[in-house]
Design a protein around this ligand. Structure first.
Ligand SMILES: Cc1ncc(COP(=O)(O)O)c(C=O)c1O
Length: 417
C-alpha cells in the first residue's frame, strides 16, 4: 500500500485535485468538487439492495429523466463525456481522413475522440469576448472533407448556435455539442445539448452535477438511436429477443457491426445513475448558486482597471461552470496577478483552462504527419497565454470566501498597476 507521502504526492496529479507540493495553502483553494451531496448518501447505499449493479432501473430512469429535463428526445448514459463523445464521433460516421472543425479552447478530450477515429481536427478560433468557437471562423475552415463541427460551451456559456446550425445545414454536416460545462445552460430558451445533432455531458467530480465520473449523450435524431445504443454497448443487439423455444439457443444476444464501427463497454453503473438522479433534481438550485456567486464576484470587481469579468449576452443563461476572469494585457500581467493572489497573499488560486489543443506535443505530431501542421488561432493563443484565469467556482462557496477572493484580486491589481 502506498505510504502517506506517496498519497500526498498522488494528490498533486491532475486527476486528483489542485493541491501542489509547494507548501502554499490558499484560503480559498480551487476545488475539485463541483456539487453538493445530501440525499445521495442514502441512495447510494440503497443500490446495494438491488438485483444488479449495472443495466438496471437506475440507469433507465436517469436517462429518461435527463432527456425530459433538458428537452431532448433520447438520452444514453455512459462512463464519461469522453466516451460519450467517442460514441458520438462513431455514430456520426466520422472516420479516416475526415475533417472535424473544433475549438482549440477545450479539454483535450474533444480532440482525442477525433484522433481515435483517424480523423483530422481543424481548429477554428474563438470569439475573444465569449471564449467560444467563432461561427465566422468556422465558415472559413469548411472544405469538402468537413464532416462535422464539434463545439464546446466553454465555462457554461452556450456557443452562438444559430449561425453554427445554419452553416451545418448549408453544408450538410453534423454538429456535436460538448456540454461538459453546460448542464443547465440555455441559449434563446433552449437547453445546451438539444440544439446540435448530439450533445455530450460530463459528470466528472468538478462538473455542475457530479458522480465522480460519468457521461450522457442526448439527441433528437431518431436515426442515431440504433448506432448510439450499439456503440455504447459492444455492438450487442437483440438481448433476450430470441424466438426459439429455449431462450439460450443459439445465444441470448447477437453482435452486429455498425457502419464498420465497433463499440466497447461504455455503460454507466447503477450507483452513478442513482446519484445522478438526485443531482438532476437539484441542478436548478446548483446552477442558481453558481450564478449568484459569479454575479457577486463580478460586482465586487467592478471598476478595477485591467480586469475583464465574464460576458453573458442577452438571451443566454450562463451556467458558470467556470468563472473566467481575464486581464487586459496592456494594463495587467496575468501571471503576476496569479502569483500575487497565490504565493504572496495565499488567498486564492487561479487555474488556466485551456492550452490550445494544437499546442500539445502529440497533437502537433499527428497533424504534421498528415499535412495539417502549423495550425494557430490567435485569439485562443492570447486567451490562454496572456489573458485568462479561472477562479474557484462551485455552489459551496460562502460570502466570506467570495470576499476574500475579491479583496485579494483588488490588492493584486493595485500592486501590479
Ligand atoms: C470541455 C470538456 N470536454 C470534455 C471533458 C471530458 O469529460 P470526462 O472527464 O467526463 O470524460 C471535459 C472534462 O473535464 C471538459 O472540460
Amino acid at each position: 500500500m502506498a505510504g502517506f507521502e506517496d498519497y500526498e504526492q498522488a494528490l498533486t496529479g491532475i486527476t486528483s485535485g489542485y493541491a501542489f507540493a509547494d507548501g502554499v495553502t490558499p484560503k480559498v483553494p480551487y476545488s475539485f468538487m463541483g456539487t453538493i451531496y445530501d440525499d445521495e448518501r442514502n441512495l447510494l447505499l440503497s443500490v446495494l439492495d438491488q438485483e444488479a449493479l449495472t443495466m438496471g432501473p437506475q440507469v433507465g430512469a436517469f436517462e429518461s429523466e435527463f432527456a425530459g429535463w433538458c428537452g431532448a428526445k433520447h438520452a444514453f448514459a455512459t462512463t464519461s463525456c469522453t466516451t460519450a463523445m467517442h460514441v458520438a464521433t462513431q455514430a456520426l460516421g466520422i472516420g479516416e481522413g475526415d475533417e472535424v472543425i473544433v475549438t482549440p479552447n477545450t479539454f483535450i478530450a474533444t480532440t482525442l475522440v477525433i484522433l481515435k477515429e483517424g480523423a483530422i481536427p481543424i481548429y477554428a478560433d474563438i470569439d475573444p469576448r465569449t471564449f467560444n468557437i467563432d461561427p465566422e471562423n468556422i465558415a472559413k475552415k469548411i472544405t469538402p472533407k468537413t464532416k462535422a463541427i464539434f463545439v464546446v460551451h466553454y465555462a457554461g456559456l452556450v456557443c452562438d448556435m444559430d449561425p453554427i446550425m445554419a452553416l451545418a445545414g448549408e453544408h450538410g454536416i453534423a454538429v456535436m455539442e460538448d456540454c461538459a460545462h453546460a448542464h443547465g445552460a440555455e441559449y434563446k430558451g433552449r437547453k445546451a445539448g438539444t440544439i446540435g445533432d448530439i450533445g455530450c455531458f460530463s459528470f466528472h467530480s468538478l462538473k455542475n452535477m457530479a458522480m465522480g465520473e460519468g457521461g450522457m449523450i442526448t439527441t433528437n435524431r431518431d436515426d442515431l438511436v440504433e448506432p448510439i445504443g450499439l456503440l455504447r454497448n459492444m455492438n450487442i443487439t437483440g438481448w433476450g429477443d430470441k424466438d426459439e423455444d429455449d431462450y439460450w439457443l443459439p445465444s441470448h444476444f447477437d453482435v452486429i457491426d455498425w457502419n464498420g464501427k465497433w463499440g466497447v463497454n461504455y455503460r454507466m453503473t447503477e450507483f452513478q445513475a442513482a446519484v445522478g438522479r438526485a443531482q438532476l433534481r437539484k441542478i436548478g438550485e446548483l446552477v442558481r448558486l453558481r450564478r449568484e456567486h459569479s454575479h457577486y464576484l463580478t460586482d465586487g470587481l467592478k471598476g478595477v482597471e485591467g480586469y475583464v469579468t465574464p460576458y453573458e449576452p442577452p438571451d443566454y443563461h450562463h451556467a458558470y461552470h467556470l468563472y473566467t476572469l481575464c486581464v487586459d494585457p496592456d494594463i495587467l500581467n496575468r501571471d503576476e496577478v496569479m502569483r500575487d493572489i497565490y504565493y504572496r497573499q495565499q488567498c486564492t488560486q487561479g487555474i488556466l483552462h485551456y492550452q490550445p489543443s494544437y499546442d500539445f506535443t502529440g497533437i502537433k505530431k499527428y497533424l504534421e504527419e498528415r499535412g495539417y501542421g502549423g495550425q494557430f488561432c490567435p485569439n485562443a493563443d492570447a486567451f490562454f497565454y496572456r489573458r485568462e484565469f479561472n477562479l474557484p467556482m462551485h455552489p459551496r462557496l460562502t460570502r466570506e470566501q467570495l470576499d476574500i477572493m475579491i479583496e485579494g484580486l483588488r490588492a493584486a491589481a493595485d500592486r501590479a498597476a
